[in-house]
Design a protein. Sequence first.
Length: 81
Amino acid sequence: MTFANKNECGQLSHSTQGDRHRLRRIREIDLAFLKWIWHFRKRNRPKLLDKLERIRHSQDVVVFRTPREVRAYLKAVDASP
């Protein structure tokens, strides 16, 4: 990506316009992702937990609430034959 192309007069050329557009698009994607993360607990988590609850009868579902629970589970799985 070129960020600062200068012509003979030392002025920025218009060839960097596409690069600026790509950077703007990356920022938009990042902003959308950050918004998704910010709103996850309120908007997405209930839907996810509902889906997990619906498959519990046919699948093993484990929900960890803390890193300690993850470590304990992995330790137990590792210790099992």
